[in-house]
Design a protein around this ligand. Structure first.
Ligand SMILES: O=C(O)CCC(=O)C(=O)O
Ligand SMILES: [Fe+2]
Length: 228
């Protein structure tokens, strides 16, 4: 199924957290534990992110700590890593139509750790272009490879396109739409001054892999996403 998603709006609310310094704005008065809880989650995700990169690096035959060493400034202004809460309100799904909760995209950084509730609706695209459901698994964290890890590995690890969509194909979607959906994503990014370029032999030699600066890439992806 191919859908023209370009003219649709995403129906969701998000809250991004990058800065946990005392001067950072948090709803401390209304939700006193919010800052503490998310700060702890941020720290745990950072530790897990570093560990995953170390394991992937071993698998790729890289120098020890190479990838995690490019993510040293997480939690400071010199790094674009963010923790994001995503709230998808209930929506009614017209029978012959569909509703986009999150339009198809790949993530911009190295890795994303995604925590989803039990509502479902997340889909990932196979290499053949087919959309398959990534059903929620209790207690599991879903890991997405982002653009920059794809570039480091010259396509060996693919920045998998994904989306959250309701309608048309699945009977359960109208029921799903009645429930709100909550997810949390940790977007793990290399330090702003890192230039990312392939460190392994290209898996897909028909494609050109152009080196990118981490911060420039993040800025340009934000601009192209939000200007549209
Ligand atoms: O809410 C989800 O499950 C996915 C969100 C997502 O892919 C994103 O914000 O990049
Ligand atoms: Fe995403």
């Amino acid at each position: 199924m191919s859908l023209d998603e370009s003219k649709r709006e995403e129906i969701r609310e998000t809250y991004d957290m990058r800065d946990f310094s005392p001067s950072a704005l948090f709803p401390d008065q209304h939700v006193p534990k919010f800052r503490l809880v998310f700060e702890e989650l941020y720290r745990e995700c950072r530790t897990l992110g570093h560990r995953l990169l170390d394991y992937l690096g071993i698998g790729l035959g890289l120098e020890e700590g190479f990838l995690s060493g490019k993510h040293r400034n997480v939690g400071t202004e010199w790094n674009g890593t963010a923790l994001r809460t995503l709230f998808y309100p209930p929506v009614s799904v017209p029978e012959e139509d569909y509703v986009i909760r999150c339009a198809s995209h790949s993530d911009y950084g190295s890795l994303t750790l995604l925590f989803q509730d039990d509502v479902g609706g997340l889909e990932v695209q196979t290499k053949a272009g087919e959309w398959v459901e990534a059903r929620p698994v209790p207690e599991a964290i879903l890991i997405n490879v982002g653009d920059l890890l794809e570039l480091w590995t010259a396509g060996l690890y693919r920045a998998t396109p994904h989306r959250v969509i309701l309608g048309q194909r699945r009977k359960e979607d109208s029921e799903r739409g009645k429930r709100f959906r909550q997810s949390i994503a940790f977007f793990f990014h290399p330090d702003n001054d890192v230039t990312v370029e392939p460190v392994v032999t290209a898996a897909n030699s028909s494609r050109q892999w152009i080196p990118l600066n981490a911060w420039e890439h993040l800025k340009s992806r934000f601009t192209s996403t939000y200007d549209n």
